[in-house]
Design a protein around this ligand. Structure first.
Ligand code: HEC
Ligand code: HEC
Length: 335
C-alpha cells in the first residue's frame, strides 16, 4: 500500500513527539519542590535552631545583676569587674590572648563570651561549673582573676547604702553571696543576641543570608562542622576532643582540658565545643588563643577535627557564614 510508509513515519513522529513530551513533563513533575518559605528549606539544618526570645525575668534582679557585672568591688583591689574581661561592647569577651587579672596577672585561657552563655550545657572550657550560678563564684575567688572572697565582697557591698536598698527590693534582704550570684546569673540570662542573619533565615527569611553565606552554611553542614557545632548555641552542648583526626598544634596540647576536672585519662585534651554565635567578634580563637583569625580557626578545625585540608574558597565561604551569626543586643547590632 502506497500510504503505509507515510503512516508509519507519522506514527513514529507521533511517538517521538509523545515521548519527548512525556520526558519533559516527567522532568517537570520530578523536579525538586521549591523550598517552602517556612523554617526548613532544602538544607537539612534542623540541627541549627534560632534563639528563643530574651526571658522576662524580675527587672530589679536583672538591673542589680547588670550593676554587679560592672562592679569593680567584686575584686580584691577594686580594679576589675566581670566586664573588664567580658566587655559587652566587644562581643562579651576581651581581645587579649589570655585575660589579665588583678595586678595584671595573666590567666591560663582565652575569655569566652558571656553573650548566650546561658545556653551552654556547662560553663568554662572544661565544663567545671554546671550552671551560671555555679560559675559566678569562680572569678571572684580565682587568685589570678579577681582574687577576692565572699566575706570581703559582702563587707564592701553592705557598707554601701545604695546596694543595701537594691538587694532589699530585689531579694527582701541584705547582700548575700547567694543573691549576688543569682542577680549576676539573671542578668546573664538576658544576654541573648537574637535576630542574627542566620536566625532570620531559620525563621523563614531566605534573603537574610546572602549567596556566599548560604553556600558557607551548606559547606558547614556537608563537611561535618555541624556534627559538633549545633543546636541553639551552634555549639555549647557537648564535650569533644580537640584533635580528633590529627593532633592539634603543640601549643594547644599543654592544657589537659576536661581531664583536670574528671581525672580520667580519656578526657585529656577534651573541651566543651564552644558556641559560635557572634564568633566574628571574639578573636583570638581556641582556649589558648592559638588562632589569630577566623580563617586560621576554620582551617585548623577542618584539619584536626575532620582530617581535611580545606580549599581556600571553602574557608572563605564558611567564614562568610560565620559572620552571619552576629546578633543584636538591646536593639543594637553587636560589635
Ligand atoms: C580576669 C578576667 C576575668 C574576669 C574578671 C571574669 N572572667 Fe569570666 N572568664 C574569664 C576566662 C579566662 C574564662 C574561661 C576560663 C576557663 O574556661 O577556664 C571565663 C569564663 C566565664 C564564663 C563561662 C563562659 C563559657 O562559655 O564557658 C562565664 C559565664 C563568665 N566567665 C562570667 C563571668 C562573670 C559573671 C564574672 C564576674 C563575677 C567574670 N566572668 C569575671 C575571664 C574573666
Ligand atoms: C569533632 C568536633 C568538632 C568538629 C567536627 C568541628 N569543631 Fe570547631 N571546635 C570544636 C572544639 C572542641 C573546639 C574548642 C577547641 C579548643 O579551643 O580547645 C572548637 C572550636 C572552634 C572555633 C573557635 C571558637 C572560639 O570561640 O574560640 C571555631 C571558629 C570552630 N570551632 C569552627 C569550626 C568549623 C568551621 C568546623 C568545620 C570545618 C568545625 N569547627 C568542626 C569541636 C569541633
Amino acid at each position: 500500500m502506497p500510504f503505509r510508509p507515510t503512516l508509519i513515519a507519522a506514527l513514529v513522529l507521533l511517538c517521538i513527539g509523545l515521548c519527548i513530551g512525556w520526558i519533559l513533563g516527567g522532568e517537570e513533575r520530578e523536579a525538586p519542590p521549591m523550598p517552602p518559605p517556612g523554617p526548613t528549606p532544602a538544607l537539612p539544618f534542623q540541627a541549627l535552631q534560632p534563639l528563643p526570645p530574651v526571658p522576662a525575668l524580675p527587672a530589679e534582679r536583672v538591673a542589680l545583676g547588670e550593676r554587679l557585672f560592672h562592679e569593680t568591688r567584686l575584686s580584691h583591689d577594686n580594679s576589675l569587674s566581670c566586664a573588664s574581661c567580658h566587655d559587652l561592647a566587644h562581643g562579651g569577651a576581651d581581645a587579649r590572648p589570655v585575660s589579665l587579672g588583678v595586678r595584671g596577672q595573666p590567666g591560663q585561657r582565652n575569655a569566652p563570651t558571656v553573650f548566650n552563655a546561658s545556653l551552654n550545657f556547662v560553663q568554662f572550657w572544661d565544663g567545671r561549673a554546671g550552671s551560671l550560678r555555679e560559675q559566678a563564684a569562680g572569678p571572684v575567688h580565682n587568685p589570678v582573676e579577681m582574687a577576692s572572697s565572699w566575706p570581703e565582697v559582702l563587707d564592701k557591698l553592705r557598707a554601701d547604702a545604695s546596694y543595701r536598698e537594691a538587694f532589699a527590693s530585689a531579694y527582701g534582704g541584705p547582700p548575700t553571696a547567694e543573691h549576688i550570684v543569682d542577680a549576676l546569673a539573671s542578668f546573664e540570662e538576658t544576654l541573648l543576641t537574637p535576630d542574627s542573619p542566620l536566625d532570620r533565615f531559620l525563621r523563614g527569611e531566605p534573603g537574610a543570608l546572602d549567596a556566599r553565606q548560604r553556600a558557607g552554611l551548606q559547606r558547614f553542614i556537608e563537611l561535618g562542622c555541624v556534627s559538633c557545632h549545633q543546636g541553639v548555641g551552634i555549639g555549647g552542648n557537648m564535650f569533644q576532643r580537640f584533635g580528633v583526626m590529627e593532633a592539634p598544634p603543640p601549643a594547644v596540647a599543654r592544657d589537659s582540658g576536661r581531664q583536670a576536672v574528671t581525672g580520667r585519662e580519656a578526657d585529656r585534651g577534651v573541651f566543651k565545643v564552644p558556641g559560635l554565635r557572634n564568633v566574628a567578634l571574639t578573636a583570638p580563637y581556641f582556649h589558648d588563643a592559638s588562632a589569630a583569625t577566623l580563617e586560621d580557626a576554620v582551617r585548623t578545625m577542618a584539619r584536626v577535627q575532620l582530617g581535611q585540608d580545606m580549599a581556600a574558597q571553602d574557608v572563605d565561604l564558611i567564614v562568610a557564614f560565620l559572620h552571619a551569626l552576629t546578633g543584636r543586643w538591646q536593639g543594637q547590632a553587636l560589635q
